[in-house]
Design a protein around this ligand. Structure first.
Ligand SMILES: NCC(=O)CCC(=O)O
Ligand SMILES: [Mg+2]
Length: 324
């Protein structure tokens, strides 16, 4: 075939390279995770996530306006709950005037069209730092699902567009879907963390929310990083139960899973590029060991190329600044 077929012809100039480029990154690829705290005038940098902050509601407004003006159209809300409000059942999660519920309203006040997704899980509210109700050192499945369904209703009532259960209890998508339907919230979506691995890359996030598990680990509910086929089983079950969007989490180390799932399903697939992935690049760039912007773009492009339709990423603003 050579010399008639020379693959380098399509790489000879920037123009032809851009014409044949298969994966393009745009602001609408991203969901922006936001960390919210009580207080006034608070913008606290998270120690293990340079240039990423927790905002009190007044400063959240500015941030949301900025995101909207940048063309970022979706946020995923997380709250840092004061210790004295934590208990085993996540009672505070159901407080209709709780921080999450007020955060949802705040975002909608500033940017009514901003698509608001909310974290649904017990860990930020749990005195044990676990995603479910604890009994005798065990995480109870079905009682937890009931709380998650009530929590979802509370978020929907506050104005959330989509709930994002991140807990990995079996059957919780069905509990949530049925509850939303019963309450008349037929348009509210569910983005299921359907294939969430028990990953060490979540470390900085647990600093951000002070939500590290108080005993044991999350291996009885999150998936074993060694496993591949159960990711498909988990995802197909969640779609059957009523998930509108499914997710693989973390990102980079799990792109084989992303492709497996993309080949199997007909709903949008999201990927969560998690806090540890963010921290690794920030740290290496700070040391001058990696080119931050080039590696960041390579990473998000690889995630999308693998099959992600959406990316939840702490890099969203950095990416949009770079490409616009
Ligand atoms: N439920 C949300 C997370 O666990 C986020 C993890 C991360 O960003 O490390
Ligand atoms: Mg599951």
């Amino acid at each position: 075939m050579f010399p008639f077929k020379r693959n380098r012809r399509l790489r000879t100039s920037a123009s032809i390279r851009s014409l044949v480029q298969q994966t393009l990154i745009s602001p609408s690829d991203f969901i922006v995770p936001l960390f919210v705290v009580e207080g006034k005038g608070v913008k606290e940098e998270i120690a293990s996530m340079p240039d990423y902050y927790r905002y009190s509601l007044d400063l959240l407004k500015k941030e949301v306006q900025l995101l909207w003006d940048m063309g970022l159209k979706s946020v995923l809300l997380f709250v840092k709950v004061p210790d004295e409000l934590k208990d085993n059942k996540g009672t505070e999660a159901l407080n209709n005037d709780g921080l999450m519920q007020r955060a949802i309203k705040t975002v909608k006040e500033v940017a009514p069209e901003m698509y608001v997704m909310t974290d649904v899980a017990l860990d930020p509210y749990s005195s044990y730092g676990h995603d479910g109700i604890v009994e005798n050192q065990k995480i109870l499945n079905d009682p937890t699902c009931e709380v998650l369904a009530q929590m979802s209703i509370s978020h929907a009532q506050a104005g959330a567009d989509m709930v994002a259960p991140s807990d990995m209890m079996d059957g919780r998508i069905l509990y949530i879907r049925e509850a939303l339907e019963e309450e008349g919230f037929t348009d509210k979506g569910i983005m299921s963390y359907s294939a969430k691995y028990a990953s060490a890359f979540y470390g900085p996030f647990r600093d951000a929310l002070d939500s590290a598990p108080g005993f044991g680990d999350k291996k009885t509910y999150q998936m074993d990083p060694a496993n591949r086929s159960e990711a498909i089983k988990e995802t197909l079950m969640d779609i059957d139960e009523g998930a509108d969007i499914v997710m693989v989490k973390p990102g980079l180390c799990y792109l084989d899973i992303v492709r497996d799932i993309k080949n199997e399903v007909d709903v949008p697939v999201s990927v969560y590029q998690v806090s540890g992935e963010y921290a690794m690049l920030k740290a290496a760039a700070e040391k001058g060991w990696l080119n931050h912007d080039a590696v960041m773009m390579e990473q998000v492009t690889a995630i999308k190329r693998a099959g992600a339709d959406l990316i939840a990423s702490y890099f969203a603003k950095d990416v949009v600044k770079l490409i616009s």
